[in-house]
Design a protein around this ligand. Sequence first.
Ligand code: ADP
Ligand code: MG
Length: 294
Amino acid sequence: STMPPLLSAIANAGRHGVLAKSAVAMERLGQIDTVALDKTGTLTEGTPRVTDIRPLTGSGLSEDELLAFAAAAEHPSEHPLARAVVDAARERRLTLADADGFTSVPGQGVTATVESRTVQVGSPDRLLPAGGGRAHAVVQGLEDAGRTAVVVLIDGEPAGALGIADRLRPDAAATIAALTALTGRAPTLLTGDNERAARQLAAEVGITDVRAGLLPEDKVAAVRAWEQEGRRVLVVGDGVNDAPALAAAHTGIAMGKAGSDLALETADAVVVRDELATIPTVVRLSRTARRLVL
Ligand code: ADP
Ligand code: MG
């Protein structure tokens, strides 16, 4: 064909299920030497399920009542953990009260008013007061079992925790191996989730550099630090919390199926076919095209 190499690479990438947004985006993919991936929705399938419902004894709530408060507050959120909480409530056929004044903080959780009470759902690290207590013990138990724990606070008081588990994508380990071979260094995991859940999952795919408990701006700081060293970073993510890092990176790829609108808009390329293994493929396509251009 007489098509310019970068344009045929875009067409080829499309056939493999990756939408590159421009010739520049396609070209940049072949220049990367460092890869950082998000966990929930990126390395994992992004369809987590609630596995444990643990009201604290002092809360006076049943499992169903705790779940119903959490689901009502999470209902407006597009986060994969929020969808897990709402789905669990639906499975138990719970009636969800209306939520007012919903707000969400990326990397932390949500707040809403439900039945005139302030309900917060989110990260134990961010929402629990420091220094132990019953809620900490419950969270520790869940995290030791490899779960992502989210805590529920009602009017500022810890009321319980939910354990949530997500499956690794079947092609995650092979993709990490391929990206390691392409760049000469193993990818890094950047996650807002807890250290224990993150390490357990990372070990299964051959990642040892794990940065956990990160806020969106911490993901950006990690990317900037590498770029300062002259590295060219590829960030792969799906969430609102990943958008700033996708923008800061040399190039950003968003997972299309579970991806938030903001991540899809910010990324240079979108994985439409929902397979992680397409990423090393498009890096190779870009390198080949660049050789033909130069
Ligand atoms: P990741 O980087 O793994 O995709 P996020 O940054 O999206 O994770 O979230 C980090 C942590 O913040 C979660 O593990 C959870 O504890 C908390 N969190 C964020 N959003 C929500 C939400 N809508 N509901 C409950 N917890 C949340
Ligand atoms: Mg994510």
